[in-house]
Design a protein around this ligand. Sequence first.
Ligand code: ADP
Ligand code: MG
Length: 894
Amino acid sequence: MGLTPMMNQYLEIKENYKDCILFFRLGDFYEMFFEDAEVASKELELVLTGRDCGLEKRAPMCGIPYHASNSYIGRLVSKGYKVAICEQVEDPAASKGIVKRDVIKIVTPGTYNDSNFIDESKNNYIMCIYLDENSKKASISTTDISTGEFFNTCFEFRGNLVYDEISKFSPNEIIISSNADSDFIKELMLYTSALITRRCVDYFKIIEEDLLFSHFGEEVRELDDTSGGSAYALLKYVIETQKMALSNINHIEIYDIVDYMIIDANSRRNLELVENIREKTKKGSLLWVLDRAQTSMGSRQLRKWIEQPLISRKEIEKRLEAVEELYNNPFVLEEIREALKEIYDIERIIGKISNKNVNGKDMVSLKISLNKIPKIKETLKACNSSLLSYYFNEIDEMEDIKNLLENSILDDPSITLKEGNIIKDGYSDEVDQLRGAKLHGKEWIAALENQEREFTGIRSLKVGYNKVFGYYIEISKANYSSIPEGRYIRKQTLANAERFITQQLKEMEDKILGAEEKLTTLEYDLFVEIRGAVEEQISRMQKTAKFISELDCLTSFALIALENNYIKPIISEGDVINIKDGRHPVVEKVIPRGEFVSNATNLDNIENQLLIITGPNMAGKSTYMRQVALITLMAQIGSFIPASYAEVSICDKIFTRIGASDDLAGGKSTFMVEMWEVANILKNATKNSLVLLDEVGRGTSTYDGLSIAWSVIEYLCNNQNMRCKTLFATHYHELTRLEEEIKGVKNYSVAVKEVENSILFLRKIVEGGADQSYGIEVAKLAGLPEEVINRAKEILKNLEDNSVYSSKSEIIKDSNTTNQPVKEAAITEEQVAIENSAPKVNKKNIEENVQLDFLSLSKENLIKSIANLDILSITPIEAINKLYELTKQAKDLI
Ligand code: ADP
Ligand code: MG
């Protein structure tokens, strides 16, 4: 037995789309076969059946009706599959033998642009990463085909930097050159859930220069073989999947990664910039607070601004001044926001135009949007700030496009393009004539009914229409006797009636149907023509859409500032971050109004370079640190900030090491992740960076942790090239003595108040280290049983009283690390270990001291073990074993 011809055709096509699920059009269905059917039936919960394919075993098969395909495609794509849509590309009626079929489009996670299913407030990016021959340089291009944005950058290859770009864009699909090694890709997969496609290095070699040129024109002069490699491959891939070149991709934005603040992937996550850590949703993120944009273009733009804070003072100030002007003119603000409200997603409508899947309704949305632009321009006319005046000058009212759409497309056109009802009366004489003919014919038919009723005297006679027989005259059974002889031609007999036609009726029907058919074809052709005319103006529309989206962000900032009582930060050339009454923009929104306690911050590169922040758990240390980072970041995206005053010097990078998120999937322990992140900070921070270290060292034993924390602080402060502004929250109270010893270190703590056996969090950051950790009090607040709490207190007291280190109290007397008398901490050994250390501290010293202390501790233990031996109760064998063990321990200590 051989394969059936259709199966042959299927397999031939499938051969070219091995990595896709092939939707094979059969009549009104898309069918999937073999493995595709097995996968799709599982993923889409479809019934798996079989079909004779000419082989012994039936081919597994499942199918979906073509008109419902969109949602199925969306589901597969969101699960990371690629779907190849194979259509019948000739009229089945006209074809001899098997109908010709071909793939007309490949839908992939990164090129999916069905506006009914994609999130309008987010871009859908596809990224292409190319490593040059020796993996010296990485070139990255990123595009969103639904908006036409296309970005390109190139830098000395370092894995981290690539991961940073990935976390900045969060692409849904990544194409990567096959010379990237597998460790790098494995690591990369920790930062993204994108579908990753590898392509051989040749795929990135620019062979047809025209391809780049046809999209970007002269702009391509700035690209070389490496930097252009990713752009070239990405364009090729888009064409491969869309089966056409997209006219909305017509501008390449070439950037350098240092043009923006560098925020690594972990810090983006930790700071919850665009999504919260737990649920990965927008709620509770900075974006959630700042995004009050009226248009989806604005929302997407705002997200981009947050992902890419500026580092140019001039650019930042331009935004801030615009926000200030809007803030000071609530009337202007309101007018602009009102107008923006009615603007649709122009960028994505343009995307549909270039993808040729725009419909009449989209064109009407475009027209309505363009109608609002003059109003915006008029309002901007009165504005003085440089950015708003710039928008006033640059925003294009696009009168011509608007007029074209106004005159040509009906206000309420049908959704499909092949059923007519798109073109307005008066736009085309031919359309008007055909409509006239159609209307005239219909009137004639309506008149016929009356005329025949009168003639025959049959009151129930009626004229009807169906697709099979066209127009007919229907007479019910009861009236058969009244039918005049020879007047009608019998066409169809029903149970209760007969249907007739006449020569004249058929002639008129031909005219009507002919006109109708011509009309729908003509309307379609005209629509395509109009679409083409609009398409030619795409780049004008894109420019204005971009200005509109930026204006939307600025008005959103102004509104938030008014509502939340934000102020304009001063962007300074110096090295200070000086914030008065700063608040955490998100936390203040989620706790009851007015309950957030504001705090000041004073950081610089000399006297106040590293702030050690102590205080009990839950006191507010982490919140405070993030607040400083978020305020800095907000200032650098041009937003007002939650404070009463702020002077912010520009930060080139923000680093955070916050919380212990286990990375088991990556095969690393918590501590390993922590150290890896700290290492990254120490390697990459500069004096213009802001570093947040939250409880570094927590992931390992007390001594190790403390020593690491200590030497990290020294490194950050003593290393002349570093000296970055740092906030260091810690539960190691011992670190507070570093204030005395290292220039630039300052102690702060979060105040708490003791009240009747419990504590009250004051949330106020005060100078000086904390004097107590209040661990047990916090545990009590958390609801640990009374019994456990009381017992813990007892143990603590014992530990404190019976400390083996009798010298302790003296040491405490010696030290005056804080203004307040230092009470004993819960973890006594730690404290003593540090208190013992020599006053002049350097890294070597700490190590020696810690080692020394281990020694004394071990000796102490050995003595204890000997003293505790109960000679009378052990057997001789046990005694020998014990003796052996003790001598071994003793030898180790010599
Ligand atoms: P820590 O890091 O010291 O353990 P967090 O920063 O996690 O404490 O703060 C614990 C909780 O305290 C936060 O979830 C928040 O609800 C509240 N909080 C923190 N800072 C403030 C503040 N300044 N004003 C009011 N509530 C605060
Ligand atoms: Mg914390």
